[in-house]
Design a protein around this ligand. Structure first.
Ligand SMILES: [Fe+2]
Ligand SMILES: [Fe+2]
Length: 251
């Protein structure tokens, strides 16, 4: 039983990760759970790996971690993601690659808390609707029958769903105490917010597995510094390359 900091979709954004870890520690989080996509899009993949390793975080692999370490191809990537992942492949240290390759695709903690990245059986599935959750709740019951909470990522949006009598209900993000006999799917949000419009916040959550309480956080970070490093490091796709990738995909 513990107070967990829950995060994911870090995408090589060190400024946002430091903001999230600082806030989670300040609120008493003892252990960090990460639902994957440590790398991709931004310029600090090695530093983000180092931070999570130093934390002793329990991490699973996201699609960007799999693609960045050549365990998965670019077939389901957008042009932006592909370009930054090609850069990430060239920049990752041997030690980061070894660690990322060692990550499991899914895991179960305290016998009742499941971590998945996209869908329960498909790392690249975006679970964005109650119908996705309902169908994945059935898969979760088959694969992890004792799980009562499933943390997921990939869709980059803070979400709390309760599954009841075969239906999934979108719940308010005010958080609070979860029903111990309920089944919940929770996205703590995306640490990286560089591709979001408007003001950017590092998102994460804190989960108390004694009280069964969830609280969502949104934290400011230095997004212009992250962007400047990404531009300078060659992680942003030039418009002409974007066009070439699109033309190549149609051939
Ligand atoms: Fe992601
Ligand atoms: Fe992802």
């Amino acid at each position: 039983m513990a107070l967990y900091g829950v995060l994911g979709d870090v995408h090589g954004n060190l400024e946002a990760l430091d903001a999230a870890l600082g806030a989670l520690h300040a609120r008493g989080a003892r252990e960090i759970l990460c639902v994957g996509d440590v790398v991709g899009y931004n310029a600090d993949p090695d530093a983000c790996v180092s931070r999570l390793r130093a934390e002793g975080a329990l991490v699973i692999a996201g699609n960007h971690d799999l693609i960045g370490t050549r365990r998965l191809g670019f077939e389901r990537c957008s042009n932006k993601a592909r370009y930054s992942l090609e850069r990430t492949r060239r920049r990752l240290s041997a030690s980061s690659i070894e660690w990322l390759r060692s990550l499991p695709d899914r895991r179960l903690i305290e016998e009742s808390i499941a971590l998945v990245h996209g869908g329960v059986r498909d790392v690249q599935l975006y679970m964005r609707t109650p119908a996705h959750i309902r169908w994945n709740a059935e898969l979760l019951r088959e694969d992890f029958p004792a799980a009562r909470v499933c943390f997921f990522g990939h869709s980059h949006e803070q979400k709390l769903y309760r599954v009841e009598r075969g239906l999934a209900h979108d719940q308010p993000l005010s958080g609070g105490i979860l029903e111990k006999d309920g089944l919940y799917f929770i996205n703590a949000g995306s640490v990286d917010a560089q591709r979001k419009r408007g003001e950017r916040f590092a998102e994460c959550a804190i989960f108390d597995s004694d009280a069964w309480r969830i609280r969502f956080l949104k934290l400011p970070y230095d997004a212009s510094r992250t962007e400047a490093k990404a531009e300078l490091g060659g992680y942003r796709i030039p418009p002409l390359v974007d066009l070439l990738y699109s033309l190549r995909a149609r051939m």
